[in-house]
Design a protein around this ligand. Structure first.
Ligand code: NAP
Length: 307
């Protein structure tokens, strides 16, 4: 399962990949890539649907990205997922970009059809499905705080919240200028005649205790989209004293189990969930784009939970 193929395997019509049993016609590109869990649940989905195709990990460096994307049609590929560091770099190579992905400024899914490459972003929509599933709520009714709003995942999540018309959005980033710049991009989605009370509907603040304390009074859902939380030794993102029972906490980290933020939230009586559900749903949405049919979610979920 942890086999990794190389960018050169895609060249010259991808002969070696076509010769696999079943042939590889889907992949995830990244650098590094060995850690990706996507093949686990995408192959479970393909098997459950009886599709004679396999999904592989392909190690593609930034220098190899353009040639690898252009090689996909001749290699007989149906599509690919992109992970770090390719989600934004791929944009200029694509023939078409889905409108939501355009606003987010990044793609994580590409479909190949008639030799053309179309880019999508399923991270944002996968996040929406995850929130609905974990907390039985609709993002439109929520005041959302996104920690790490300046990063790739944070930007996708925050933009999706804006596109959905969430009640309020607080963009938090260590380098505050990235949050401020995103707030400028998203401001058009928050212009309305809605009565909003004392705190404005869109805010950008630095990731510091005073700013968090002030904003948390006006928030229902906290999302961690920083790269902090995967290691037990990571510093706390929010002081435990600021977490209250009314909050929902979604930690996009998908290492599985409980991060420190989740532990602290549960200890405070809040509801909390980890990023496995977002990982699952962004993958299910990609499957639906490639095959134009519902993804076999139960099979995908069991495969992911068994890793
Ligand atoms: P990224 O683009 O590198 O962004 C990292 C973010 O973390 C930036 O906003 C950065 O702030 C912030 N950050 C880093 N160190 C920090 C610290 N010590 N204190 C506060 N903020 C800090 O990474 P990414 O690709 O968006 O991924 C972020 C996380 O989301 C990762 O854990 C990843 O596994 C997860 N993710 C999950 C899913 C899913 O499906 N569940 C999908 C995608 C990503 P600065 O801008 O100031 O550097």
């Amino acid at each position: 399962m942890s086999e990794v193929f190389r960018a050169e395997d895609l060249q010259d019509g991808g002969v070696a990949l076509k010769a696999l049993t079943p042939p590889a016609r889907l992949a995830v590109f990244g650098d590094p890539i060995a850690q990706s869990k996507s093949p686990v649940f995408q192959n479970a989905a393909l098997k459950a649907c009886g599709i004679e195709t396999q999904y592989i990990r392909l190690h593609v460096t930034p220098d190899e990205l353009e040639a690898s994307l252009r090689a996909l049609p001749a290699a007989g590929f149906l599509g690919v997922n992109l992970t770090y560091p390719h989600k934004t770099a791929a944009l200029p190579v694509l023939d078409a970009i889905d409108p939501a992905a355009k606003v987010i400024g990044a793609v994580n899914t590409i479909a190949v059809e008639d030799g053309r490459l179309t880019g999508f972003n399923t991270d944002g929509a996968g996040f929406l499905r995850a929130i609905r599933e974990e907390f039985s709520v609709d993002i439109r009714d929520l005041r959302v705080m996104v920690l790490g709003a300046g990063g790739g995942a944070g930007r996708a999540i925050a933009t999706q919240c804006a596109l959905e018309g969430c009640e309020r959005l607080v963009l938090v980033n260590r380098s505050v200028e990235k949050a401020t710049s995103l707030a400028t991009d998203l401001a058009p989605y928050f212009r309305s005649d809605r009565l909003v009370g004392p705190s404005e509907r869109l805010a950008a603040v630095p990731h510091d205790p005073a700013a968090l304390r002030a904003e948390l009074e006006h928030v229902d859902l906290i999302v961690n989209a920083t790269s902090i939380g995967m290691k037990r030794s990571d510093p706390p993102l929010i002081s435990q004293a600021l977490l209250t029972p009314n909050l929902m906490v979604y930690d996009a980290v998908y290492a599985g189990g409980r991060t420190r933020l989740i532990e602290d939230a549960l200890h405070a009586g809040a509801r909390a969930a980890n990023g496995l559900s977002m990982l699952l749903h962004q993958g299910a949405l990609a499957f639906e784009i490639w095959f134009d049919r519902p993804a076999p979610l139960a099979s995908m979920r069991s495969a992911l939970e068994a890793v």
